[in-house]
Design a protein around this ligand. Structure first.
Ligand code: DAH
Length: 355
């Protein structure tokens, strides 16, 4: 049987010589479940009671002594490592600070947030569709026949390839989200769908990529009065003007019947435009009662359900509210523009805290 004193002498010497990794290996090899001291403890079973008591006490003392030595050495090595780092590292307090610029929310994101917040409080759910559509969902289902001017190659970006035998397009409006929603959801429906849209067009008020927001409500016994109330409330909340004049002008869209364009009141004075009561009108969006043909195309029974829908350009309403003169600047990625027209991240829009 091994002599306890000899084991102690050997172990303490090895602890003193070990580095941090070596200490851990020693701990496992000597004190661990399969370690040497544990094995010596197990040998006690073969001794007579007196000898077992004596040797047991000695082994326990050895175990504790080795554990303490390990811990002492570990602390000493860790302290030395920190001291060495503190000696070696220097902070140069004379270095100038790098300026940090907080990011800004893009006016389009802000406008989407505001629109979604207002319609959200009216009980509208958020919906989305893909930028790449097929021509049936973008046109056909919406009662836009193949010879309709909106389909002309000049306006629409057609993509190579097809899906289920249908031509692919970059969606020219958010109205296909109406179709997708009606095909996938049972009425009643109340959704708002902001997103990117594409047309081959480029000047101060057009960009080939722009944003629209679509609204769709399907329910029983809906009529133009609901549409007028909903959109007037929205426009007055969005432009934060209780007295904003709102006018519904008869118009035509293939997917609504009857259709209307909505104008808001404004005043043009000495080259500036003020939104609110005034002598002039600004066209702001298109809307109407969902054409029964469209309901039928999307599997909804027009004798049971009616709907109203609307669509508007997000850059346009953002430009009007925030005085941004040129639509193309939205997408030029000029940081000076974003710092000027952008919003702080904490300006979260809400009808309660104000927009
Ligand atoms: N999709 C139309 C456009 O891009 C806008 C529109 C008009 C949407 C009337 C509608 C609507 O939902 O009812 O010009």
């Amino acid at each position: 049987m091994q002599d306890v004193d000899a084991v102690r002498g050997e172990l303490l010497a090895r602890v003193e010589a070990a580095d941090l990794d070596g200490l851990e290996r020693l701990r496992v090899a000597e004190l661990g479940k399969k370690g040497r001291i544990t094995a010596l403890m197990k040998d006690l079973a073969g001794l007579d009671p007196d000898a077992r008591r004596l040797r047991g006490a000695a082994l326990n003392a050895l175990k504790e002594e080795v554990a303490n030595a390990l811990e002492r050495r570990r602390t000493a090595l860790a302290d030395a490592a920190i001291d060495a780092r503190l000696d070696g590292e220097r902070v140069d307090l004379s270095l100038p600070v790098r300026p940090e610029r907080p990011g800004r929310i893009h006016p389009i994101s802000q406008t989407i947030d505001e629109v979604v917040a207002i319609f959200g409080e009216m009980g509208f759910a958020f919906a989305e569709g893909p930028d790449i559509e097929d021509d049936w969902t973008n046109f056909g289902a919406l009662n836009i026949p193949p010879e309709h001017p909106a389909r002309q190659e000049m306006d629409t970006f057609y993509l190579p390839g097809e899906r289920d035998g249908r031509r692919l397009v970059l969606r020219t409006h958010t109205s296909p989200v109406q179709v997708r929603t009606m095909l996938n959801q049972q009425p009643p429906i109340r959704i708002i769908a902001p997103g990117r849209t594409y047309r081959s067009d480029y000047d101060a008020t057009h960009s080939p990529m722009f944003h629209q927001v679509e609204g769709l409500v399907i329910d029983r016994d809906l009529h133009m009065g609901h549409l007028k109330g909903c959109l007037s409330d929205f426009l007055r909340a969005y432009f934060a003007a209780e007295d904003l004049p709102v006018r519904f002008r008869p118009s035509y869209f293939p997917f609504t019947e009857p259709s209307a364009e909505v104008d808001i009141g404004c005043a043009r004075e000495g080259g500036t435009l003020r939104i609110g009561p005034g002598r002039d009108w600004l066209e702001i969006l298109g809307c109407g009662m969902v054409n029964p043909v469209v309901l039928q195309n999307c599997g909804i029974d027009p004798s049971q359900w009616q709907g109203f829908a609307f669509g508007m350009g997000l850059e346009r309403i953002g430009m009007l509210k925030y005085g941004i003169p040129d639509l193309r600047t939205f997408f030029e990625s000029d940081l000076r523009w974003l710092r000027h027209y952008g919003f702080a991240a904490l300006d979260q829009p809400s009808l309660v805290t104000g927009l």
